[in-house]
Write a protein that binds this ligand. Structure first.
Ligand SMILES: Cc1cc2nc3c(=O)[nH]c(=O)nc-3n(C[C@H](O)[C@H](O)[C@H](O)COP(=O)(O)O)c2cc1C
Length: 350
């Protein structure tokens, strides 16, 4: 359970789930309808310990829910079924050590002249960060590292931190590039070059040490799934885990056997096996399940935590369970936290 109290740290932390999505109102609500939606939401949220904010702007919603993981999961299921909106897009889902919106059962920012001036800059800006995806994809496809670097430098100067840039800009851009390739708007070489440019941008966004929750004593082996040519996910993770203080090794094994040999030699606490961040190749899942089975059989450490990632997982087209992994990441950003928890839980149980 994600809500368990952290052991082994200097302080106790109750982990919260945090989920952000955007959607389009259907139909556009009147001020009264919006107020009654929020009034009911507040009452229910209060009863189940959920806090957050709902931004309404020109027919579009952006909402962050935070609270106990089970409660957030239940509410998220109800919200996805709600006919009052559509085009629902999950932007991020992770666990956090504390609430950003504590004290707000659900704060409404109605930008039709309501109280939007009180909206925290970070949340308003998260819309604009996603809006940079088309330009970032263009610069990467054009091989224009000057413009790409200038854009990233500008966003860092505006106060954006590495995790947000990875989650809301670089990974969505990789998916946009994958769509361009699927639509025949670019060739495979263009895609590969563009993904490498994002990889370099990933190093740049993490050039300053992030605020890690703790210096970890864990080790992780980051690998691309055998046969997977795209390495953006592993590359982004190496910065994320390195900044969080983990001991990190990265490898690109070409067979399951060479991955198994690496595990035997290094005995990491966790292994992350990455599929493409750009392309949703469903057929890769059967192979991945097989790879994971072999890893577990070969690993000297039965407590090995196996994590998986890539576009199929980010878009929830596959789950950890469907391939026999312990964890599936929706983003490289923030992954060190749930993996540290899984490792800790296994050690405590043993
Ligand atoms: C944009 C939007 C945001 C919502 N936010 C919440 C919320 O924060 N809390 C809540 O209880 N319901 C919220 N709702 C309503 C839920 O979708 C759902 O109607 C409500 O939880 C009752 O679900 P149930 O009928 O399955 O019990 C929201 C609906 C919309 C359209």
């Amino acid at each position: 359970m994600l809500t368990q109290t952290e052991r082994g740290g200097a302080e106790s932390i109750d982990w919260m789930a945090s989920l952000t999505y955007r959607s389009e109102a259907a139909p556009v609500p009147s001020a009264t309808e919006l107020e009654s939606l929020i009034a009911e939401a507040r009452g229910r949220n209060h009863n189940v310990g959920i806090t957050g904010m709902l931004l309404y702007d020109s027919g579009r919603y952006l909402q962050t829910l935070e609270g106990p993981p089970d409660a957030v999961e239940r509410l998220w299921s109800a919200i996805k079924r709600d006919p009052r909106h559509g085009q629902i897009e999950l932007l991020s889902q992770h666990i956090v050590p504390s609430r950003l919106f504590s004290g707000w059962d659900m704060q409404l920012y109605d930008r039709r002249g309501g109280n939007d001036q009180r909206a925290p800059a970070v949340k308003k800006a998260s819309i604009s960060l996603v809006d940079h995806v088309p330009a970032t994809a263009r610069f990467a496809l054009d091989g224009d590292d000057g413009k790409l670097n200038a854009l990233i430098a500008d966003l860092i100067a505006q106060g954006w931190v590495g995790d947000a840039l990875v989650r809301h800009l670089l990974e969505p851009t990789a998916r946009a590039l994958g769509d361009a390739w699927l639509a025949d708007d670019c060739c495979e070489v263009d895609l590969t070059i563009a993904l490498s440019m994002l990889q370099l941008a990933g190093h740049a966004v993490h050039s300053r040490p992030a605020d890690s929750i703790r210096q970890s004593r864990y080790s992780i082996l980051l690998v691309t799934a055998p046969g997977e040519p795209h390495m953006l996910g592993s590359s982004l993770l190496s910065d994320v885990f390195g900044n969080a203080g983990w001991s990190v090794d990265i490898a690109f094994p070409d067979t399951d056997e060479s991955l198994a040999r690496q595990l035997l030699a290094q005995r990491p606490d966790a292994v992350d096996i990455a599929l493409s961040e750009a392309l949703p190749r469903h057929h890769a899942l059967v192979r991945l399940r097989d790879t994971i089975e072999k890893c577990r059989a070969a690993s000297p450490d039965e407590m090995l935590v196996v994590s998986v990632g890539g576009r199929l997982f980010a878009e929830a087209a596959a789950t950890a369970r469907s391939v026999g992994a312990d964890h599936a990441r929706l983003s490289a950003a923030g992954t060190s936290v749930p993996l540290a928890k899984l490792i800790e839980q296994r050690r405590t149980r043993s």
